[in-house]
Design a protein around this ligand. Structure first.
Ligand SMILES: Nc1ncnc2c1ncn2[C@@H]1O[C@H](COP(=O)(O)OP(=O)(O)OP(=O)(O)O)[C@@H](O)[C@H]1O
Ligand SMILES: [Mg+2]
Length: 229
């Protein structure tokens, strides 16, 4: 629970219903947060909520880098959940970057592009969906670690609050990209008799007295929300 206000680092609402109370009110501003999960667990919907809430309710500016889905597909999907990014894109509140177009251009140019976009719009929020796809260009684990270090340092130096999605392996394992970052949240699909369900847990969040319990994830036409079992 949040205690004496003065010692608390500034936080930003995650924009996902039910999550605030599990993480002392929000993500620490300026930290790098990872949302890991298997296919279809809601990583993109979760990230959309974070970005949409930040721009529409909190008046922040954001850069949203989509890698696997095109920018158009991303916007169309988000609209289904009541999040219309188009007016905010037009007014320069959000820059949606389709990083797939940069595939093969090298990781450094991807980072430069993200940083340039953040600078241009004076963005305070960065979403990368997905980091796993971006890291595919790394040929060795050494390269992956050093790229992560560069990305982490660049984002931290900028004071940006970042949310990056990561795909877990079929055994649910987390990759080395999760070691360096400030927080790791996990979405998991699991079988409950004949129905698959989705659950959420915070695995680490530096500087935060976070919940250590699994919570239920509800995916509905209103989007994603988190609630007690
Ligand atoms: N209108 C809807 N109502 C309820 N649930 C929905 C709706 N649309 C999508 N879903 C659920 O959301 C899931 C997709 O969510 P999302 O795209 O955020 O997952 P993801 O983790 O990003 O997937 P991927 O690994 O493919 O990137 C679908 O598999 C489905 O279960
Ligand atoms: Mg996705």
């Amino acid at each position: 629970m949040a205690t004496s206000g003065s010692k608390q680092p500034p936080r930003i609402e995650p924009g996902v219903r039910g999550l605030d109370s599990l993480i002392e009110g929000g993500f620490i501003i300026g930290d790098v947060h990872i949302l890991a999960g298997g296919p279809g667990t809601g990583k993109t919907i979760f990230s959309s909520h974070f970005a949409y809430n930040a721009i529409s309710k909190l008046g922040k500016r954001a850069v949203y880098a989509t890698f696997e889905e095109s920018a158009e597909y991303f916007k169309r999907n988000a609209k289904q959940f009541g999040m219309d990014f188009s007016p905010y894109e037009k007014s320069g509140k959000i820059r949606i970057l389709d990083l797939d177009t940069l595939r093969g251009k090298g990781l450094e140019s991807n980072i430069s592009l993200l940083l340039a976009a953040l600078e241009e719009i004076e963005g305070e929020i960065l979403v990368i969906d997905s980091l796993t796809a971006l890291l595919m260009a790394c040929e060795t684990s050494f390269e992956l670690r050093s790229f992560m270090k560069t990305l982490y340092r660049s984002v931290k130096n900028n004071g940006t609050t970042a949310l990056m999605t990561v795909s877990t392996t079929s055994e649910g394992k987390l990759g080395p990209e999760t070691f360096l970052v400030d927080s790791v949240m996990l979405l998991e699909n699991w079988m409950d008799k004949f129905e698959f369900k989705t659950r959420f847990i915070v695995l680490k969040m530096r500087g935060t007295d976070h919940s250590r319990k699994y919570h239920s994830v509800i995916l509905s036409p209103e989007g994603l929300s988190i609630s007690k079992y």
